[in-house]
Design a protein around this ligand. Structure first.
Ligand code: SAM
Length: 295
């Protein structure tokens, strides 16, 4: 089975050789305490109430859609949209899908199949890092949000990705190789700017840092071994540096001194009632807020 590279592969899960790698990654991340906590907090920040209709954009396996559905019952509903038909099939097959008010649809976040003002709340979690035109996606989410509704986005700032090591230069090369593979690796820090550019009011910023202290877990979600292999193939580091680095990390993990940290941002903004709002079909981002990578 071909080894999947998660930093790029989430753009097209349906085109992957081994889709289980993506399902397994999402299931593992969703089980980690840091993820459980920020996700739970995001539902609080969205002020979910019974009766609301909520969009979960880039819903993956549907975990957030299920948890939010419990908060909008009775009378409410959560619609999960994902570009991957395989993800949507998995989400629809979960037991909870039959018991909760949820619906799952295949769709592109940049061209959502909904009328203007369809949702009281929209949520998007670690999707924009994989999108080349994040501002188009944000404008589309604002379009489908009702006036006074809330948009919440959570995303990573890969410029903060840091692994503890005695080999500083090798480590920086490996971090850079991984980070550089994302379509949009600085999205976390850019979210507040993009929210303002989309005309959202009262953008509140909630940063959070995850720290993984086990090498095998970090390898599953950050593809450390595969990144070292790519860095060697591309002559960014030597084969012996790569081997020594992996050995060091495994030893650190055994001794309890392994650390892979990453800061991400949760940003919440409100769609204005009446007043100035940018158009939903924003096809040419302004120069001031053009997507940029964090290096
Ligand atoms: C890192 S996963 C996050 C999934 C989910 N939000 C979660 O927190 O578990 C990114 C998801 O975005 C989806 N995705 C990627 N590009 C997309 C697009 N253009 N429109 C909608 N979904 C997209 C992927 O298929 C994948 O399910």
């Amino acid at each position: 089975m071909e080894k999947e590279y998660l930093a790029t592969g989430f753009r097209d899960v349906d085109g992957a050789q081994n889709q289980d790698a993506y399902f397994d990654c999402l299931t593992l991340l969703d089980s980690l305490p840091y993820y459980r906590k920020y996700k739970s907090r995001s539902y609080d920040l969205l002020e979910l109430r019974p009766g609301q209709t909520v969009l979960e954009a880039g819903c993956g396996l549907g975990d957030d859609a299920f948890r939010m559905a419990e908060r909008v019952m009775p009378g409410g509903k959560v619609i999960g949209v994902d570009a991957s038909a395989a993800m949507i099939h998995k989400a629809r097959s979960r037991d909870l899908a039959a018991r909760l008010p949820v619906e799952f649809l295949v769709g592109d976040i940049k061209a959502l199949p909904f009328a203007n003002h369809s949702f009281a709340r929209c949520r998007v979690d670690r999707v924009l890092q994989h999108i080349r035109e994040p501002q188009r996606a944000i404008a589309e989410l604002v379009r489908v949000l009702e006036p006074g509704g809330l948009l919440l986005a959570y995303d990573n700032d890969w410029g903060t990705f840091a692994i503890a090591s005695d080999e500083t230069e090798t480590t920086r090369a490996i971090e850079r190789r991984w980070r550089g593979s994302f379509a949009n690796n600085g999205i976390g820090r850019d979210l507040p700017d993009y929210f303002r550019a989309a005309g959202l009011a009262d953008a509140a910023i909630h940063p959070g840092t995850s720290v993984i202290t086990d090498f095998e877990t970090a390898d599953k979600v950050y593809n450390l071994r595969a990144t070292v292999q790519k860095a060697v193939e591309e002559n960014l580091i030597s084969a012996s540096q790569g081997r020594a680095w992996i050995d060091e990390q495994i030893e650190r993990s055994t001794k309890g001194s392994f650390s892979a940290s990453l800061t991400a941002y949760t940003v919440v903004g409100k769609k204005r009632r009446g007043g100035a709002q940018t158009s939903g079909n924003c096809s040419s981002p302004s120069a001031v807020t053009r997507p940029r990578n964090a290096g």
